[in-house]
Design a protein around this ligand. Structure first.
Ligand SMILES: NC(=O)c1ccc[n+]([C@@H]2O[C@H](COP(=O)([O-])OP(=O)(O)OC[C@H]3O[C@@H](n4cnc5c(N)ncnc54)[C@H](OP(=O)(O)O)[C@@H]3O)[C@@H](O)[C@H]2O)c1
Length: 297
């Protein structure tokens, strides 16, 4: 019998798309969730928390393949914060002990340019572990505009973000999940590193223009200074470590780490990546004023 694939981060953006994709491909899966009862697929879910070793060990029983995602430190509440590298090292030890044979790991674009970053150091641990891997280094997710910046676009018709000063690449999280699903199904993706981007390089002004066209109302872009961005995060309760890691990310963007695109999505999926325009059209209802009114009424 085929063994299930363990999916961490299953309630998150990529994880949600990956679950749908693997279920559509009739793959047995096991969802690793902090609250396994909350999932619509809770019959195939297990309780899992990176801060609880026993839950990690239990979730790995009978597992050969793991989708491994750690939440971005910027999305973890202060009181729930943990040391990424320390947790990664323990999770990897459990994987070695239980006989895991393949890991599909979510890292980040440009991780190799910042060798001190947690993403790169975890990649190194995986490569040294002897377990086969597929490392995915995605660019910024397009979905940040429909999740984190949804309210300012919907309510104030504006994008208020740091000034990158360069055009960056983005990728639709649906493409990341589709590549992850292929990586589990086809052995040629083992011991490969893919940098996942769409084909267009965009700045926030370009994105405001696309949203203006797609939504049929004026969406503007206001540049925020790096300092303001970081201060706003600190005063909204982010940990200093998370704010620092965001600061590092801003620097990387401004140095052009995200200003290239690759053909890795096409190489794996055999089709062009989803464009930003396509993403915006597919998500238009999320930013619509009528969605807001319906929710308020
Ligand atoms: N956003 C971007 O533009 C971007 C770009 C490149 C790379 N990345 C990388 O992508 C990853 C984030 O992916 P995503 O946006 O799909 O994630 P996400 O939507 O933020 O979801 C995070 C997941 O982690 C789970 N989680 C949180 N704390 C946990 C804990 N203590 N133990 C176990 N699970 C826990 C959450 O589960 P609960 O439901 O229990 O909270 C959730 O399923 C990060 O590693 C980030 O660095 C992001």
């Amino acid at each position: 019998m085929q063994k299930p694939i363990l999916i961490t981060g299953a309630s998150g953006t990529i994880g949600g798309f990956l679950v749908e994709s693997l279920l559509a491909k009739k793959q047995p899966i096991r969802l690793a969730l902090r609250d396994s009862q909350k999932s619509p697929y809770h019959q195939s879910a297990v309780s899992f928390d990176y801060r609880d070793d026993k839950s990690m060990q239990k979730a790995l029983e009978g597992i050969e393949q793991v989708f491994w995602l750690t939440p971005s430190p910027t999305q973890v509440k202060k009181e729930e914060a943990f040391d990424d590298l320390e947790v990664a090292s323990r999770f990897l030890d459990h994987m070695k002990q239980t006989g895991v044979q393949h890991i599909v790991r979510i890292s980040g674009m440009g991780a190799d340019l910042y060798k001190e970053s947690a993403h790169f150091r975890i990649e190194e641990l995986i490569r040294a572990s002897g377990i086969a891997y597929t490392i995915l280094r995605p660019a910024f997710f397009m979905q940040i505009f429909s999740i984190y910046y949804r309210n300012s676009i919907q309510k104030q018709d504006r994008i208020n973000l740091y000034d990158a000063g360069v055009r960056e690449s983005f990728v639709d999280a649906r493409d990341i999940a589709a590549v992850a699903a292929e990586a589990f199904l086809k052995p040629q993706h083992r011991n490969q590193i893919y940098t996942l981007t769409a084909n267009d390089l965009l700045n926030y002004k370009d994105i405001a223009e696309i949203l203006t066209r797609v939504l049929g109302r004026n969406i503007s872009y206001t540049a925020k200074s790096d300092e303001d961005s970081i201060q706003a995060l600190l005063s909204s309760g982010w940990t200093l470590e998370a704010a620092k890691s965001y600061g590092m990310l801003l620097q990387a963007v401004q140095q052009g780490a995200f200003s290239t695109h690759t053909d890795d999505v096409k190489k794996v999926l055999g089709r062009e990546p989803i464009t930003f325009i396509q993403y915006a059209e597919d998500h238009a209802s999320i930013w619509s004023k009528s969605t807001q009114q319906e929710k308020l009424s």
